[in-house]
Design a protein. Sequence first.
Length: 88
Amino acid sequence: MPRQLHLMLELPDEVVKHVPAKELAEKAKEALVMELLREHQVSQGKAAEVLGISHYDLFELMSKYCIPVIDLTPEELEAELKRLLPRS
């Protein structure tokens, strides 16, 4: 069940003036979810769900935040390639 949090941020006017007041909360939520995704604290599926967007839109957003869509260690990549490309 989602929990509703109320956060108070102190930001200078010169920062806030670039974003309409009604968009500030959504921008803060987006930035938090993207950072949690970057830190592998949430999955791509959960990030898309929380933000109410499609996976395609999430990939575009990840690009905006410079978060790789595929983020595998060399070992994970090798295992995935072996699974996808079995040798005959």
